[in-house]
Design a protein around this ligand. Structure first.
Ligand code: BMA
Length: 828
């Protein structure tokens, strides 16, 4: 019979290391997740509670459970106790006998318990030590440099670094058993590994499948492989194992190729592998793959060296964002939440996402969803913003970590790139690291010798990149705009104006970002209304960036009218953020060919906080996420408005076929009256960006008064439908003389949705719709209304967080536009 697996998840007991009462504990779970369930601690995200919570992890914790094993289980030849993830420093005993210790949260830990498991009751204990105490001792013995916002010494421990605090996250170094625990019974042998490689030929893809088994006895072993196509066609191969390995090739004629979102479908094939002996199934594993080639092109060109994903031979303009862990309390992350988040990326035309190196290797469900949704994954190994010392035990530990995670993830269609670390090639040279001679030597060994060798041995088909940013390694201009990827932080951390984005033609910008305050509803979850003030202790504690509020206000003062209300601060910072990122994306997409990737920092949050995210901790879209739907659309019309005498209209296309359409533009005054208008036919070549015409408005935009009262509105129509639209002001919004738009919203409903028809008396810039209590996703938001031209928006009822009648919906609806920043009374 196939391996037996008995889950040991569920109700355990826990006790603090110093003793005291035994408490019930849900596993997978942690100290914090269980203390929260038991109401033994306050919400660590509220106010300044984080500090109290930190005290808790200054002490270790014991997790214990007893379990009874059935006789059938005991009759197996081999028994293993498996922990898919322990966080982090643990010693494990079974029935009083030490099984071993664990010291890496990113690894699974397995112990041979054959002969140790007894009939009747067994007691399993996992004693977890305080990560804070460990860091303190290690740091005293040998200080390792890391970033300031984090508990010093985090590089000593293989535990997700962000748990020690980051410039968007609290210091909550939790401890627990964070992934499932199971008892596995095996006979004869078990499947250790399945490695599927693909060879793409003219009309077939050949799968090259290697399996590895772990034998416990000498019996003859066979394997059967069945490949099932998306249409259900099956192809099989059977073969004998030589020793512990076996190999088969299966050619798939007429392969249905997998594409990133926007370029084609995501057909997935199942590869089921069975291990047999004497006709008896011993073990089985099913993997899902997509047939595609994916690599990174680094062709030299006139500007330096290209850096772009090439999928099935096609050069992709990567459009996405950086992904960080979804919660500080890991037990709260669920496959459903992850799926929802990734669906929201795809809803905004993302074709790519970067897993940032300061978190953890996501669960399988993350990659399953990326496979299904067509998101190419740039995957950092979990090393970020710190120096690591290559001592033999540490090297063994991280080698095992990489091997396990590579073997777990490599078959996924979505996996496009492995990256050594976040920011350390650049950091070691250009940051304020107290440099010592060993650091660069150990760096080079780790990321330029050890890691590429591990990748070559276990996943030779996935492109390896030493660091992000990098130009290819060896400390050769790691953050060069002409080669490799770039992290560009002069806008924001460096306080440069957004126009600075346009001075560069990054080959692939894998980080750049702009902070904003999350919605009022989200702020309500972290501070009492009396503290809705950027400088209150509660909100300052939720602004972890160095001088974060100073930077927010600095940029605000450049662009926006002074917001009188707190909701005005939320509105203004979100609009600024959206516009800043838009400016860079449009510029990079206009330069398709030279620029081939935009990964903005950051898609999501791990807690309710003031940050660079486009979707906040509660899943609420900021202005930026709505903007992403426009600036990542496959067809994008944008205008470079730097010179009013030569406004350049540009169409960027990520479509694989040519498109013809019409560009319409209108110059209007603040009341939305038409001053001049025109239209121009255009053809967008496939996978290309090109200017389609230039407009001279130097006669109409002459004086400061013209700049402050006139704006350009434009749209691209294809087959009668608007596929891309925008507007350009010629002065910052703070100087534009808005007229009261008196926005009116007519709401109707049918079984599936509410429909809102929004109209205005004047130019309503960046109309923000929000429900006061419930949550929903609007079909469009932060849009402009040009006077009499109404805008229809729908709210699918499926996106509502709670059922609302038409009256309730109407009562909860809040509407703001730029003009409302001048209001002194609150709307929310
Ligand atoms: C980059 C990231 C993160 C950080 C972000 C904002 O450096 O890699 O470490 O949170 O910028 O400062």
């Amino acid at each position: 019979m196939v391996n037996s697996i008995v889950t040991l998840d569920g109700v355990w007991r826990m006790q603090k290391a110093s003793g005291g009462e035994w408490l019930s504990a849900q596993i997978p779970g942690s100290l914090y997740s269980n203390f929260l369930l038991l109401r033994k601690m306050g919400d660590p995200f509220f106010g300044e509670n984080e500090r109290e919570a930190l005290e808790l992890s200054k002490e270790g914790c014991l997790f214990e459970r007893s379990f009874v094993v059935a006789q059938t289980m005991l009759s197996h030849e081999k028994l293993f106790l498996r922990f898919d993830g322990i966080d982090t420093l643990a010693s494990i005993t079974l029935n009083g006998q030490l099984l071993g210790t664990a010291d890496n949260m990113h690894r699974a830990w397995e112990y041979d318990v054959t002969g140790l498991i007894q009939a009747g009751e067994n007691v399993l204990r996992v004693q977890i030590a305080s990560p804070l105490q460990f860091l303190e001792t290690q740091q005293k013995a040998f200080p390792l440099w890391g970033v300031d916002s984090t508990v010093p010494g985090y590089a000593h421990l293989r535990k997700a670094h962000y748990m020690f605090g980051w410039d968007w996250g609290p210091k909550l170094p939790d401890l627990g058993i964070w992934r499932p625990v199971s008892l596995i019974g095996c006979d004869v042998a078990r499947l250790d590994d399945v490695h599927i490689r693909q060879r793409h030929g003219a009309d077939a893809v050949t799968l090259d499948i290697t399996i590895e088994a772990k034998r416990f006895s000498e019996q003859h072993l066979r394997a059967e492989v069945t490949v099932t196509s998306p249409a259900g066609t099956k192809q099989c191969a059977a073969f004998a194992l030589q020793g512990e390995t076996g190999h088969a090739e299966i050619a798939i004629p007429d392969p249905a190729l997998w594409w990133p979102n926007g370029y084609g479908e995501q057909p997935l094939y199942q590869v089921a592998v069975r291990l047999l002996s004497d006709g008896r199934i011993l073990d089985e594993k099913t993997l899902r793959i997509g047939l595609r080639t994916v690599t990174v092109s680094r062709e030299p060109d006139t500007w330096g060296q290209e850096f772009c994903f090439v999928v099935n031979g096609i050069k992709i303009f990567a459009m996405g964002g950086d992904y960080i862990p979804e919660d500080q309390i890991l037990a709260r992350v669920s496959p459903e939440k992850t799926r929802r988040l990734l669906e929201q990326c795809v809803a905004c035309h993302f074709n790519h996402i970067r897993v940032w190196g300061g978190g953890y290797y996501p669960d399988d469900c993350f990659f399953d969803a990326c496979d299904e949704l067509g998101l190419l994954v740039w995957h950092d190994f979990m090393f970020a913003c710190a120096v690591y010392r290559m001592q033999p035990a540490f090297v063994d530990n991280i080698t095992q970590e990489l091997v396990e995670n590579i073997r777990r993830i490599r078959h996924h269609a979505c996996l496009a790139l492995w990256c050594g670390n976040n920011e350390m090639e650049d950091g070691l040279r250009s940051w304020n690291v107290p440099r010592e001679e060993w650091m660069e030597r150990d760096y080079l060994y780790q990321y330029e010798t050890l890691f590429p060798a591990i990748c070559a041995a276990h996943d030779p088909d996935t492109f390896y990149w030493p660091s992000s940013p990098s130009s290819g390694g060896g400390f050769e201009s790691p953050n060069s705009p002409d080669c490799g990827d770039v992290h560009y932080w002069d806008v924001w951390h460096g306080l440069k104006p957004w126009t600075a984005f346009r001075k560069f033609y990054f080959r692939f910008c894998s980080e750049y970002g702009f902070m904003s305050v999350p919605s009022v509803k989200t702020v309500a979850a972290i501070a009492d209304e009396a503290d809705w003030n950027l400088f209150s202790p509660a909100l300052e504690n939720h602004d972890k960036c160095d001088d974060g509020s100073k930077k927010l206000l600095y940029y605000l003062s450049q662009m926006m009218p002074y917001p009188y209300t707190f909701e005005g601060v939320v509105y203004a910072t979100q609009l600024l953020q959206a516009d800043a990122i838009r400016a860079n994306v449009e510029h990079m997409r206009r330069n398709r060919g030279r620029c081939m990737g935009s990964t903005y920092w950051q898609v999501n949050d791990s807690n309710p906080v003031i940050s660079w995210s486009s979707i906040d901790y509660f899943g609420r879209w900021k202005a930026l996420h709505y903007y992403a739907r426009r600036f990542y659309a496959p067809l994008l019309l944008s205008v470079d408005e730097s010179d009013v005498a030569a406004l350049v209209f540009n169409v960027s296309s990520e479509l694989r076929y040519p498109v013809t359409g019409t560009v319409r533009w209108t110059l209007r005054d603040a009341n939305a009256n038409i001053l001049r208008t025109g239209c121009q036919p255009m053809t967008a070549a496939p996978l290309c960006a090109a200017p389609c015409f230039t407009l001279d408005l130097s006669l109409e935009i002459r004086t400061p008064a013209d700049r402050r009262s006139r704006y350009l509105e434009y749209e691209l129509q294809v087959d009668g439908a608007v596929v891309s639209a925008g507007s350009s002001l010629f002065a910052p919004p703070k100087h534009f003389v808005f007229a009261d738009p008196a926005i009116a919203v007519k709401i109707t409903e049918d079984a599936a949705k509410f429909t809102l028809v929004c109209s205005a008396n004047a130019f309503a810039k960046s109309v923000y719709l929000e429900l006061a209590q419930a949550d929903c996703v609007f079909s469009d938001n932060w849009f402009d209304i040009h006077g009499a031209m109404p805008v229809a928006v729908t709210v699918p009822k499926s996106t509502l967080s709670e059922g609302l009648t038409l009256e309730q919906f109407r009562a909860q609806l809040r509407v703001m536009s730029c003009w409302d920043l001048l209001r002194r009374e609150t709307l929310f």
